[in-house]
Every structure is written in C-alpha cells, then in structure tokens.
Design a protein around this ligand. Structure first.
Ligand SMILES: Nc1ncnc2c1ncn2[C@@H]1O[C@H](COP(=O)(O)OP(=O)(O)O)[C@@H](O)[C@H]1O
Ligand SMILES: [Mg+2]
Length: 373
C-alpha cells in the first residue's frame, strides 16, 4: 500500500485507539534481547515515534513473557523527567507493541563511542552532571522500591537537550515482591532466588552473579559505580575477552583505578564498587551518595532544567538519519520472522488488558478485549 493511501485510511478511521495501520515503520533503530525497535511515523499526527515490537512466540520461547508485562507495568507507572514516556501499547495476535516517544540523538553508549573515536572522554563536569542525573533516577527508584537491574549507557537515550532518559524496563523488580504472571500482580515475596537472570555482564553486580538469595536493593548502585568508572576511564573495569572472562573478573574482584584521577573520584568509585552489598554507599539512602564530595556544587533538584555543561557536539551517526526505506507492515507485523520457530504452536496468552493509552495530561486508560487483529 502506498503511504498516501495508508495515511488517508488512518485519517478516515474514527477509532481513537492505537491501530497498527496508523503507523509507517521507517527504520530499525535497535534490536535487543527480546524486542525490535523501529523509528516510525504516526500517520494521524505526522509525528515521529518509536515502536518497540515484541513477537509473542519468540517471547514465550525465550521464557521472557514475564519481562514484557513488567516492562509494560513500569512504562505505565514510572513518572520521572529522566525516564522515557510511553504513549500507548496494544497487541495483535502475534505481537506486543509499545509506542514510546522518539529521541533522535540515540543512546548514551553510542554517544560515548563517538567521543572515544575522537580520542576523547567526557569532561569532569559533564560526567558529574550525567552521574547526578542518574542518581536522581536512583533516588526515585529507591523511594518506590524499584530495582532496574540493567543500568548501562545503552539503556539511556539523550533527549533533544542532551539530558538522559532511561529506557528498557524488562528486568525491573519491585523489591520484596514477585510478579505473578497468572494474576498480573506483584505479590509479596521476600526471598527471590535468581535462576537464569543476568543483566549485561560488564555492569552486573557480584551478588547477582553468585545467584544467591538477594534483595536487589543495591545492585543498581554497583552498575552506577561501573558507569562512573567508565566515564572517567573510557572503558569498564572488568571487561574480558569474552563474557565468561568478564564474569570471572567480576568474581575475582580485581580492578584498577587510574591513580592520576582526583581523590574524590577514586574514593567514590571505591565506595560504590564495594563487594559487601550491605556496606555499599547509598544502600540505605541514595542521598549518602549525593552528599559525597564528588557531587559538591550540584543542585539535584534543578538538574533537569539546567543546561548540560560543555557544549558537546550532537550525535551525527547514521542512525539519526531517517532513511526513506520503508518496511512492509504486513511483513513485520503479521508474520513471525524467526523462521526457526515456525513449527512452534502459539499458546501464548497475554490477557485481554494489554491495551493502554496514556494521554497528554498523564491520564491513563486501560481497554479490555482490544486486539487489532
Ligand atoms: N524511544 C527511543 N528513541 C530512540 N531510540 C530508541 C528508543 N528506544 C530504544 N531505542 C534504541 O533501541 C535500543 C534498544 O532499546 P531497548 O528498549 O533497550 O531494547 P532491548 O530491551 O531490546 O535492549 C536502544 O539502545 C536505543 O538505541
Ligand atoms: Mg536495552
């Protein structure tokens, strides 16, 4: 179908709820552990949005059904200036679809790589600023007993003013609770045992690797420490030749901090990368990290309104360029393209309440029995 026809069709529809035919997929901008991310045009408003499309069959085969619901739950409920905003989510027979706001500056990981390609790292002040923005999110999480468990530069986007926006909530946990797939509710559960879960090895905390019964309350602080280390060195502290080696390095606990760094940087990194979970700085109150000498002069409450220090050049990578190669809707939305799994019978049921629309004033509406196909 030509775009104009599709657009006319979209405009003529009275259905206020999201429908796949109202979007034109423009470019794949990400592919992660379970979803594919597309820059898309909302034909009704002619605006650019992001669609995260997850194949239900694939999801079930990977055993990640729960993660999709947790991601939905978090995207609906989290509300913070440094967290991405969900517009809506809906489902077809085969796909779960999240419509999220689009940011053309890409993710923080690529941004750091571009700086490194020019043999640079972020300046002291810029690093301090971004770390302070992440701390604001961690404070919000601590208040709400949420653990993200996959904090890393690839899970932050840069908005148009180059402030950070956290994405990717599939691995989130509510501390002391476990998600119950049957009732789609979080139920009290104090001893959560890690079985197969692992975040991204370089950023994952030792207590998760040791697969103990853990309470998750300071795992994100460890990852935050790794990010801080990375911003000041240009690489992460435990990276090995492969995942196995990285994991071994974390377990062995050897890492070297550049001696030439200022004292407050070295001191804070050491206090964050503390192997004793209970003694890690911030475990009881994130404000203990905020009060560290390194953050002297930061006004945490106004950070988002402030200008990011140093006039950094905006990203110019190819991923920011909207190519006009269209992807067929039919192809992407109605088929299971993971052909290996063709013979797998779909018995996935994600319930009938997956459709959610978030309005401008942050009003949220749930729609039962809404499938677009
Ligand atoms: N809203 C968005 N705007 C722009 N790029 C995005 C957006 N969401 C995701 N991306 C890109 O897609 C990548 C993967 O997205 P993510 O949600 O982390 O998926 P996964 O769960 O598969 O890791 C991100 O690192 C980013 O580069
Ligand atoms: Mg991700």
């Amino acid at each position: 179908m030509f775009k104009e026809d599709q657009k006319n069709l979209a405009l003529s529809s009275n259905n206020k709820l999201p429908q796949i035919r109202n979007y034109q997929l423009l470019k794949k901008i990400g592919e992660g552990s379970y979803g594919k991310i597309y820059l898309s045009e909302d034909l009704k408003t002619s605006s650019l949005v992001t669609l995260k499309i997850i194949d239900k069959t694939f999801l079930e085969l990977l055993g990640k059904t729960e993660e999709a619901f947790i991601e939905q739950f978090m995207l609906i409920h989290l509300k913070h200036k440094n967290i991405i905003n969900l517009h809506s989510c809906f489902q077809t027979k085969q796909k779960l679809i999240f419509e999220i706001e689009y940011f053309k500056n890409g993710n923080f990981e690529n941004y750091l790589k571009q700086i490194q390609n020019k043999n640079g790292i972020l300046s002291y002040e810029t690093s301090k600023f971004y770390l302070a923005e992440i701390l604001n999110i961690l404070l919000y999480f601590q208040k709400n007993k949420i653990a993200h468990l996959d904090l890393k530069p690839g899970n932050f986007l840069l908005d148009e003013r180059l402030h950070l926006k956290l994405i990717d909530f599939a691995t989130c946990k509510i501390i002391g609770k476990e998600y119950d797939l049957k009732t789609k509710k979080f139920i009290k559960q104090n001893n959560i045992i890690i079985d197969n879960y692992l975040g991204t090895p370089e950023y994952v905390s030792p207590e998760i690797l040791n697969k103990n019964v853990i309470n998750f309350k300071s795992c994100d602080i460890w990852s935050f420490g790794i990010i801080m280390y990375e911003l000041f060195h240009g690489y992460t502290p435990f990276k090995g030749k492969n995942e196995k080696e990285t994991i071994q390095n974390i377990k062995n606990g050897n890492f070297k901090i550049d001696e030439k760094l200022p004292f407050e940087v070295k001191d804070l990194i050491n206090k964050l990368l503390n192997y004793n979970q209970e003694e890690r700085l911030g475990v009881n109150d994130i404000k203990d990290i905020m009060k560290h000498k390194f953050f002297e002069g930061i006004n945490f409450e106004n950070l988002f309104e402030e200008k990011v220090p140093e006039n950094l050049k905006k990203c110019s990578s190819d991923s920011l360029f909207v190519q006009k190669r269209k992807i067929s809707f039919m192809e992407e939305l109605y088929s299971t393209d993971e052909s290996d799994f063709d013979n797998h019978s779909v018995n996935f049921s994600c319930g009938n309440d997956f459709c959610v629309v978030k309005y401008e004033d942050n009003n949220i509406e749930f729609y039962d029995n809404y499938f677009v196909l």
